[in-house]
Design a binder for this molecule. Structure first.
Ligand code: SF4
Ligand code: SF4
Ligand code: FES
Length: 258
């Protein structure tokens, strides 16, 4: 019944106009290309790109190259399909065509080097995770036994922070973050809070705090609060930033006193 309905709607001739920002190589100039594809029920932006991959012909009838993009999970978990859709950084797999204004404008994230078309190199964000030691250190590979117990309330609070998928939406929206700025970004600061509140992770709390003190650290946050508005996981980034900022101040005072 549903299939039949979709088939009938396909025959309606309704079209979707899509504008894609293209770039052949990291150094090539960017250009916009306009496409039109047949509307289908329940299309998301990944499905639109797949259509263009199969049939890479522009709206003016000229053949072009298939657009390149990244995707893995297709369920808003891996973060790889993050791009700017109608001016908003978000996951293409979760962007439903019927909820988007047309023409749909798709472009790569602007805070990272473009590799090709919609694929960007987000390595900088992963380097920032290394910089803040975003992990719980274990000493050796032997059996350590059960980890320390902690309250359900803390577990709930940490779970929310742990949902970060390093997608890049928050740093895209952050006015302080950019290719020429030193600011480490809200996602890395959030990881400091996540691992410093783990009973074993707290053993390296001082190192993490020192990693976000000084130039490019948490103090570079201008409190514009854009990050928290675009995070698809609704992570309370500004709360994490405020807590880490307070902790760095306490740590700095202690260092003076000791
Ligand atoms: S609150 Fe801080 S981290 Fe978030 S967008 Fe503003 S400047 Fe960036
Ligand atoms: S904090 Fe949210 S927006 Fe930022 S990288 Fe993580 S999931 Fe994406
Ligand atoms: S493909 Fe993983 S978040 Fe979209």
């Amino acid at each position: 019944m549903e299939k039949e309905k979709n088939r009938q709607q396909d025959k309606s001739g309704r079209m979707i106009e899509v504008h894609v920002k293209r770039q052949d190589t990291p150094d090539a100039p960017a250009k916009w290309e306009v496409f039109q594809i047949k509307w289908r029920a329940n299309l998301n932006v990944i499905a639109v790109l797949q259509e263009l991959q199969i049939h890479p012909v522009r709206a003016d009838g000229h053949a072009t190259t298939p657009p390149a993009w990244e995707a893995a999970c297709l369920e808003e978990v891996c973060g790889t399909c993050t791009m700017i859709i109608n001016g908003v950084p978000r996951q293409a797999c979760a962007a439903l065509v019927d909820k988007l204004e047309q023409p749909i404008r798709i472009e790569p994230l602007s805070k990272f080097p473009v590799m090709r078309d919609l694929m960007v190199d987000r390595q900088r964000m992963f380097d920032h995770l290394k910089h803040v030691k975003a992990w719980v250190g274990i000493d050796g590979t032997y059996e350590l036994g059960p980890g320390p117990r902690y309250s359900n309330d803390l577990a709930q609070e940490r779970y929310k922070l742990s949902e970060c998928m390093t997608c890049g939406c928050c740093v895209e929206a952050c006015p302080q973050y950019g290719p020429h700025a030193k600011f480490i970004g809200p996602q890395a600061v959030n990881q400091v809070q996540l691992f410093n509140t783990h009973p074993s992770g707290a053993l390296n709390a001082t190192e993490r705090l020192e990693a976000v003190m000084g130039d490019g650290g948490v103090q570079d946050c201008g409190d514009a609060q854009n990050c928290v508005k675009v995070c698809p996981k609704k992570i309370p980034l500004t709360e994490s930033i405020a807590k880490v900022s307070r902790a760095t101040t306490v740590h700095a005072i202690k260092k003076i006193i000791d």
